[in-house]
Design a protein around this ligand. Structure first.
Ligand SMILES: [Ca+2]
Ligand SMILES: [Ca+2]
Length: 223
């Protein structure tokens, strides 16, 4: 038995430069035993000396969400969301996770909901940035529904997202520049006069003061 066979968790730090400029992202490779003995059906199979070198190689592709490694044949496969699997005895599947971010193939993003926290909008943006991420841009109903459907989402607690009206009061845009939709009825209302940030509340969006301390949601988009 090689040393790598006893591991069920590998940490790595990668330097990547898509979408958010150059940033350091820490991520983990976690063994998924429910998907053992599967093979990535690809001509891109490479033979690498160890699980560590396999996951390191796969870490270079941001759309790589998992890797298979076979300790006997030393075959390594990097897997993205378009990959299909066929069985092969001895393969182990390792899923890549960015510091607790969940990957959703359909929406093409990694998302992480920060709950039981209390951060201002600027602090929340900074925490996301520390993970190589940004406050989530929920510019479609599907994305908003995805977040409010997460097990940890609480409809009664404010959750900051990546939108403000700092350019022009009352004109709310996402950090990508598109206009904000999916407002709650009668929002945005500038109730406290300086409501320049946006949060999810009761499954819809509201404006509120950026200085309030709330939960928040970060995203890493790779498309
Ligand atoms: Ca405002
Ligand atoms: Ca409001």
């Amino acid at each position: 038995m090689t040393a790598s066979m006893s591991l069920n968790h590998v940490e790595a730090v990668g330097l990547q430069s898509r979408m958010f400029g150059t940033s350091i992202r820490r991520y983990n490779w976690v063994e998924d035993k429910s998907e053992a003995n599967r093979l990535y059906n690809s001509s891109l199979t490479t033979t690498l000396a160890s699980l560590i070198t396999c996951t390191a190689a796969c870490s270079n592709a941001i759309d790589c969400t998992a890797a298979t490694y076979n300790n006997s044949t030393k075959e390594c496969n990097c897997i993205n969301n378009t990959t299909s699997f066929t069985s092969q005895l001895g393969n182990m599947l390792w899923r890549r996770k960015f510091d607790g971010f969940i990957f959703d193939a359909q929406l093409g993003w990694y998302i992480r909901l920060f709950v039981n926290t209390s951060h201002t909008h600027a602090e929340a943006e900074s925490v996301c940035g520390n993970h190589g991420a940004r406050l989530a841009v929920l510019d479609t109903s599907d994305k908003l529904s995805y977040v409010t459907g997460l097990p940890d989402y609480r409809p009664d607690i404010f959750c900051y997202v990546g939108a403000m009206d700092e350019q022009s009061d009352g004109l709310f845009t996402w950090s990508t520049g598109t206009s904000v939709t999916n407002w709650m009825l009668d929002e945005p209302n500038g109730l406290h006069l300086d409501e320049d940030c946006v949060a999810i509340f009761n499954n819809y969006l509201i404006d509120l003061p950026c200085s309030h301390s709330n939960n928040f949601v970060c995203e890493i988009e790779y498309k």
